[in-house]
Structure formats: structure tokens, C-alpha cells
Design a protein around this ligand. Structure first.
Ligand code: ANZ
Ligand code: ZN
Length: 812
């Protein structure tokens, strides 16, 4: 009889649900454990192998934690707003709300078939008004604190999605979603002031148990850089401008300055005879993306404005150029150029025949970009770079022409989207009162259903008269609603808070409840979220903390990333390549446990790899072997024949296998090393099988051992193990049992197995006490029956003992 598969799955899933086994008890006095997997996007493609790889192993981990005495909270929900549903609607005419709700229904069923301990009564769905009401509330709180603002700015525009993109959504100059090349557009947009938290977002990274690579990516994205701002006056003019430099020690080497083409000063500075050329250059620069402009390999270009600036440290006049390698969005949009010590400046100066003055002694060739000793720098000559920086800034400060300055690469988060399927931004524009927040008692600002959402670059909501026209909450006059919707990353920047208190209709969440349950103890999801979701969630947490709603600094204490499951051909799964694996068919055939165990055994969790049908079949065979073994063990335990009460060599071996497995499965699973955990369970199964076939057995020991065996297997094969637990005559549920602990003494082997070779070929194996001396081992080896037989007619020339493992006999 086969005791795994969908039938067993359903039996136990039903029982778990009926008995409310996994219901979260917020009043439990056990320590809390918040295990969270990144929620899914409800797509028409249903759950794929990647979802299972994300959710299954984490559920196993959480089950182990539950058995170790934790009060586990493991909620699930849907990140339901966003472009795919809208694009699907444009293609098929099915309204995003309808397709999304339908997809959620299917995916909920699939997720339930997984048999995870999800707390479904805490589910959140971000596109439902009862959720986005509070997303709007979060936005308004940020607005109140000056952390949400509107400004006209050159923004990233995807001409195919017809919407703006956050910097984080531009990958190598292309739209993260559709890979179309991103252009720049001047638009008035909403931003969240994540930059206010740049320093804390950077500093707290060190305290997090996160993958180092992810921390490094965030660090780089935040991009802290310490230097100085230096003021250059424009010669023969009252104008001046600041430059940001990380190398103020090279100030004497400045031979020209460069302004970004977008810098508003350019118009004022450019002399008549240079106007045409500069205008043309500006136009051309507009077409380039920031990424292209920063490319190291691209030839540096620029034009001269005709004006000069004065270097504050030595009063030398230097020409002012316009060049697109200077970005308007970084620092001050102006740089002091030091061709002798900067690659880009060197290339530029060489091309346009500008002066090059060496001011740092160190290397043999120019540009020399390392630190060194100052030369050609008047009173600062002889100082080391670091000292030079300090001394020069000090002098600039005295003249009021410079100071230390820290810059960040991080930009404010652009959150408005000109699309339909998102949470409306809860702001009303009044001619008299300006931007007026929608009062809290009028939330949610509901997303209207009947809207023409085909994208034409304008917000679909702007065309919906009944939505857009309203009255001003302050003066009662005619006003218009904000027509843009929020980036879906705003919805997901706080969902982990709402899970705890998802039914609250008075508040986004009860602070006391949330402070008790958070931070999330273990967060698991894809690494692609390093500089988006994970950064945004940290920012919103800190902002809400500063408003007094939360008492913790970081949302996710520990973070793990799952790897990617590839198609059988080793390629990324995709419909067009025809290499996708649909879990459903495998679940139908093997059930959830085999599928999950295959994923856990077949791949290193953080790495993933190529799918293999053979390997999943091997796991099914393994489960069958376990089943046979346990059946045999049960029969031996209940049979009154061939039993003993003593603890002999066989019992010691079994006991060793048991405690070794408990130890390694516990330790490896904690480290998310599920593949080695299952390998240990395989070894344990073999030991059990061997013992169950012994002539005489110790029934008590065997029973204790299979109790532990089923327990440590249960997180990996939850349905199967409930069944086996029942067959053993134990009480429901195994998941209320305590996780076994290992006995270190059982792991001290007092006997070891030694292989005996004759002329390099293994002839026999013997068990001997582990503390024997080499001479004693030799005697045991030579006395072995098989060895004696093999040595008949031969002379022993030499016996070599290799410590505790092997005896090699050389004989002729
Ligand atoms: C003079 C200098 C001399 C520089 C030298 C470097 C080496 P990070 O580390 O990324 O902060 N810079 C400043 N603003 C810029 C902008 N808007 N667009 C392009 N480049 C800009 O880099 C800071 C350095 O990048 C600054 O230091 C400035 O060049 C340049 F031997 O100033 B440096
Ligand atoms: Zn008004």
C-alpha cells in the first residue's frame, strides 16, 4: 500500500483545517516566531516550481521551529496590483480586478495543496479596498511628515509601458519589466523622501543577518561618498557655483570646470558666440540615458561656454565647460576637473587640449588616481592626501568658500504611476488650497471599476469624470483628485505589518500587536529585490517608527534568498522555450511531500539548478523505502518473537544512527541546508532497515527510534508523517510533538569498523574497540577468518595500520 500522494495530502489537510491546528494564538506564552515568504503576484500562469521552492522549504523550517517550541506565525497573501494584470486586460479585455480575483482563487487552492502551515485567516490582498485604504493612510502619514512631496523632475520614462519608472526599475538603461530603452521626461511626480534615511539605512545593514551580497548591493545603491563642496566664483560676474569633490587634496590641479548640460547656470554663463553650439549640445545630451553618460568607455565630449571661474585656493582663472559626463542629478551638477588625477578629466583634457597640472606625487604616469603627497600646492606641499584634504577644507571654511560634505547615490523614491491598476494617491488638488490630503474618514479613495485604461501616457483616472471631479475638503470649492496611482512597491512596503492585524477596520494595525510580533524573524524570497522592496520596506518601517507607530528599527532580522529552479535543459524556464515545469502534474502523481522533498534534496537552497524527472522519481522511491521500513519496524515491535532487552553492538549502532541524524538534521536545517538534512535521513532509513532485519531486536529501542525518525522527517514530509504517526498508534498531531534532542554520549563511538586489505584489495571488515593500539589492531587483523583464509600459502611481509580506518597487509 502506498501511503503518500494526493489522497493522504487531502486527508491531513482537511484534518489540519478542521482542528485549526495551525491557527495562530496571539496569547500563547511560547516565544513568537514570524516566518515570512515574499507574497506572490496573482498571475494567470499559476504557481510555478519557483513558488514551491520559495515556500515549501521555508514551511519545513517553520515546522521544525514549531516543534522546537515556537509560536509560529506564517501568513500568506497576494501582491495584487501592478502592470501585468493591466497589460493582460489591454490584450484580452478582461478587467484587471476580475482576472486578479480569479487568479487569486486558483492560487489559493494551489497553495493550500502544498499543505503549508499558512495562517490563512491573516491573509492580505493589496488590491482590495480594505487593504489599500491603509496603503493610502501610510502615504498620507508620510505626506504629513514632509516625507511625500511632488516636484517637477526629469524622470525615467518607459515608452512601451507608457509610465514613469523608479530608478530602481531601470536596469542597464532599460525598463525592468519590458526591456525597452528608458528615456527622460520632465514631469511633475510624487516622491518619497527615502534619502532622509540614507545614513541609517546604510549603518543598520551591519546588524542584519542577511546574505552579504545583498547587503553589499544595498550599500552600493545607497552609495555614500564623503568629500567636500567647493565654491567657484564666476569671473567678472556675481554668479558662483559649488562643486562636489571627493579629492579636495587635488584642488591646485584644477585646470577647468564642467557643468552638467541641464545645470540652469549654463544659460546664464554661456557667452553669445558660444550659444548655438551649447544649445545643440544640450539637445543631444537629452537623448542620452544617465547610464550611457556614465559609461567609462564612451568618449567624453563637451563644449566651452566662453566664461571662466576662479579657483578659490589660488585665484587662478579656469575655463567653464559643459559636458554630459557630469550628471545633473548627482552632487551639485558641477565638477572641478583635475586631469592629472582623474581618468575622465584626463581623457577630456587630452581631447580638448586643456592644461594638465600634477599635484599629487606617487605614480610614474598620469593620470595618477591614488593618494600620495601634495606638490605644486603652495603651503600644502609635502602633506599626505588625507592631511591635505583636512588642511585645504579648513582654509576654504575660513574663506567661506567650502566645507566638508557627504553625498549619497540614493535618490528619492518616485512613487506615482500613470497607470490604472494601483492604489489611487489620496490627494486632492485645489486651485486655492493646493495639495490637500484626503481626510482619513474619507479613505479609501476607491479605484473606480469602469475606466478606459488603455495607456496613452496620461493617467487613465484623469479621463474618469466621476472620479476626478470632487470638492476641496478645506474650502469646499471645486477641486480635482490626483489621477496617478501608487507604485505597487508602496503596497508591499508595509504588508508584513498588516498581516498581524489584517482585519482591523479602525487602524492600519494595532501598534501593540505589531510590536509584539515583529520584526520578522526569517524572511525568504528572491535576491532580485535587494535594492527595491527590501530597501523600501526598511525605509517605511523607520519612518513609521519615527512617527511613534513602531518600536523596532528593522523589519527583517534574518533574510535568505532561494535560488532559481531552471528547466530540464538548464535554461531559465519560459513558455517560449517550452521548458517550464508545472507543479500541478507532479503533485497529482506524487503528492506534495515528494515534490517538496525533491526540491529540498535536489538543490542547494540558495543556488537552485536544473529540474530532473529522474531525481523526483528517486525521491518517490525513497519515500516508498521509508514506508516499507516503517511497516517492517512496526511488525517487529508488535511481534512477541525474537526479542531481547539487552543493548548490544547492533543496538549501539542504531542508537548512534538515530542521534547522529537528529543532530545533523537539526543543525543543517537551521542553516537552510535541506539537501544534507535529507541525505542524513536517507542514511538513517538504511540503519533502521538494517536493524529491523536483525534476528533479534529490542522492541523498546526500536520504537523510540522510529518515533524520533518520524519526528525529524515530519517537517519535510508533513502529510506522510502524520499518516505514519497514526499508524504507529500515536495521538494527533505529530506537529504538537517536541522536536527530539540528541544525546552527545550516543555519538561517542566506542567501536570502529576497520577495513583489511591484502596487497591493496579489501578482503574483510572487522569491528574493534576504538581505543586499541596499532600493535593490537595488527593482531586482530591477522586473526580474522577471512584474512587467514586469504593468506594461506603466503608470507606476510609487512602490516601497515592507517589510524583507525584501515590495515594493509603486504604478502607474497
Ligand atoms: C575632483 C576630482 C579629482 C575628483 C580627482 C575625483 C578624482 P563619487 O565617489 O561617486 O561620489 N563628480 C562629482 N559630481 C559629479 C556629477 N554630478 N557627475 C559626474 N561626476 C561627478 O565621485 C565623486 C567624484 O565624481 C567627484 O570628485 C567629482 O570628481 C565627480 F582626482 O572631483 B572629483
Ligand atoms: Zn481648497
Amino acid at each position: 500500500m502506498i501511503n503518500y500522494g494526493t489522497k493522504i495530502d487531502q486527508k491531513w489537510q482537511k484534518k489540519w483545517e478542521e482542528t485549526g491546528l495551525y491557527n495562530f494564538d496571539e496569547n500563547s506564552d511560547k516565544p513568537k516566531l514570524y516566518a515570512l515568504e515574499m507574497f506572490s503576484y496573482p498571475s494567470g500562469n499559476k504557481l510555478h516550481a519557483g513558488h514551491w521552492f520559495n515556500y515549501g522549504p521555508v514551511d519545513s523550517w517553520a515546522r521544525m521551529k514549531r516543534m522546537q517550541g515556537y509560536n509560529v506565525f506564517q501568513p500568506m497573501g497576494f501582491d495584487a496590483f501592478g502592470l501585468p494584470a493591466e497589460n493582460y486586460a489591454i490584450k484580452t479585455g478582461v478587467h484587471p480586478k476580475d482576472s486578479t480575483e480569479k487568479n487569486i482563487e486558483t492560487m489559493e487552492k494551489q497553495l493550500k495543496a502544498m499543505g503549508a502551515m499558512f495562517n490563512w485567516d491573516h491573509e492580505v490582498v493589496t488590491c482590495r479596498p480594505e487593504y489599500y485604504k491603509w496603503t493610502q493612510w501610510v502615504f498620507l502619514k508620510l505626506f504629513e511628515k514632509g516625507l511625500a512631496y511632488r516636484k517637477k523632475a526629469p524622470v525615467n520614462w518607459c515608452p512601451s509601458c507608457n509610465t514613469v519608472l523608479a530608478n530602481e526599475q531601470v536596469v542597464d538603461g532599460c525598463c525592468e519589466r519590458c526591456s525597452t530603452e528608458v528615456t527622460k521626461k520632465d514631469l511633475t511626480q510624487w516622491f518619497l523622501k527615502i534619502t532622509d534615511y540614507a545614513e541609517e539605512l546604510l549603518n543598520n545593514l551591519d546588524s542584519l543577518d542577511w546574505p552579504e551580497k545583498t547587503k553589499a548591493m544595498q550599500k552600493h545603491w545607497i552609495g555614500k561618498s564623503t568629500g567636500a563642496e567647493v565654491t567657484f566664483k564666476v569671473d567678472n560676474s556675481s554668479l558662483s557655483f559649488d562643486v562636489f569633490t571627493t579629492r579636495v587634496d587635488t584642488l591646485f590641479g584644477v585646470t577647468y570646470v564642467v557643468l552638467a548640460p541641464e545645470n540652469p547656470l549654463v544659460n546664464e554663463l554661456t557667452l553669445k558666440e558660444h550659444k548655438d553650439e551649447v544649445e545643440e549640445y544640450k539637445k543631444a545630451a537629452k537623448k542620452q540615458s544617465d547610464i550611457e553618460r556614465q559609461s567609462i568607455t564612451r568618449e567624453k565630449t563637451g563644449v566651452f561656454t566662453g566664461s571662466y571661474a576662479v579657483n578659490p585656493i589660488n585665484n587662478k582663472k579656469v575655463p567653464i565647460w559643459v559636458g554630459d559626463y557630469v550628471l545633473s542629478t548627482y552632487g551639485t551638477g558641477a565638477v572641478m576637473a583635475v586631469p592629472s588625477h582623474d581618468e575622465r578629466d584626463f581623457a577630456f583634457a587630452t581631447k580638448y587640449d586643456l592644461k594638465i597640472v600634477k599635484v599629487i606625487e606617487g605614480g610614474t604616469t598620469l593620470p595618477y588616481t591614488e593618494y600620495g603627497t601634495l606638490v605644486n600646492s603652495d603651503e600644502f606641499n609635502g602633506l599626505k592626501s588625507e592631511e591635505g584634504k583636512e588642511a585645504i577644507v579648513e582654509k576654504l571654511e575660513k574663506m567661506n568658500l567650502g566645507s566638508k560634505k557627504t553625498n549619497y547615490r540614493l535618490r528619492d523614491w518616485l512613487v506615482s504611476r500613470q497607470r490604472y491598476w494601483g492604489a489611487p494617491i489620496p490627494i486632492i488638488h485645489c486651485e486655492k488650497c493646493g495639495e490637500v490630503p484626503v481626510p482619513q474618514n474619507q479613505l479609501p479613495v476607491e479605484l473606480p471599476y469602469d475606466v478606459e485604461f488603455a495607456p496613452d501616457g496620461k493617467s487613465p483616472l484623469a479621463k474618469c469624470e466621476s472620479f476626478i471631479n470632487t470638492t476641496c475638503p478645506v474650502c469646499g470649492g471645486k477641486a480635482k483628485r490626483e489621477a496617478d496611482t501608487l507604485d505597487t512597491f508602496v503596497c508591499s512596503s508595509w504588508y508584513f505589518l498588516r498581516y498581524v492585524d489584517n482585519l482591523n477596520s479602525e487602524k492600519a494595525f494595532d501598534s501593540e500587536k505589531v510590536n509584539k510580533m515583529l520584526p520578522v524573524d526569517m524572511y525568504v524570497g528572491g535576491p532580485e529585490h535587494a535594492c527595491m522592496h527590501l530597501l523600501y520596506a526598511r525605509f517605511v518601517t523607520k519612518a513609521l517608527r519615527d512617527m511613534g507607530y513602531l518600536n523596532f528599527d528593522e523589519p527583517f532580522t534574518s533574510l535568505r534568498h532561494q535560488g532559481l529552479i531552471l528547466g530540464p535543459d538548464g535554461q531559465k524556464m519560459s513558455k517560449s522555450k517550452g521548458n517550464t515545469i508545472s507543479p500541478d502534474e507532479y503533485i497529482e502523481e506524487f503528492g506534495s511531500d515528494v515534490f517538496r522533498m525533491y526540491l529540498m534534496f535536489g538543490f542547494a537552497y540558495s543556488e537552485g539548478g536544473a529540474w530532473s524527472d529522474e531525481a523526483i522519481k528517486a525521491i518517490a522511491k525513497f519515500v516508498e523505502k521509508i514506508e516499507r521500513t516503517l511497516e517492517l519496524s512496526r511488525n517487529r515491535i508488535t511481534s512477541k518473537e525474537n526479542i531481547k532487552t539487552s543493548i548490544d553492538k547492533e543496538e549501539k549502532e542504531l542508537n548512534y544512527a538515530r542521534h547522529y541524524a537528529v543532530k545533523s538534521v537539526t543543525e543543517d536545517s537551521l542553516k537552510f541546508q535541506f539537501n544534507t538534512s535529507i541525505a542524513r535521513l536517507m542514511e538513517f532509513t538504511s540503519s533502521l532497515y538494517k536493524y529491523s532485519n536483525e534476528k533479534t531486536i529490542n522492541p523498546q529501542l526500536l520504537k523510540d527510534t522510529i518515533v524520533d525518525f518520524i519526528k525529524i522527517l515530519s517537517p519535510f514530509a508533513p502529510h506522510f508523517c502524520e499518516e505514519q504517526w497514526e499508524l504507529l498508534g500515536m495521538n494527533f498531531s505529530i506537529f504538537n510533538e517536541k522536536w527530539p534532542e540528541f544525546d552527545p554520549l550516543a555519538l561517542v563511538k566506542d567501536e570502529v569498523e576497520i577495513a583489511i586489505q591484502i596487497n591493496g584489495k579489501i578482503k574483510s571488515r572487522i569491528n574493534i574497540a576504538s581505543n586499541l593500539k596499532d600493535e593490537e589492531i595488527k593482531i586482530h587483523a591477522l586473526e580474522d577468518e577471512k584474512v587467514k583464509e586469504a593468506l594461506v600459502g603466503k608470507d606476510v611481509k609487512k602490516v601497515i595500520v592507517i589510524k583507525g580506518r584501515l590495515v594493509n597487509i603486504v604478502a607474497k
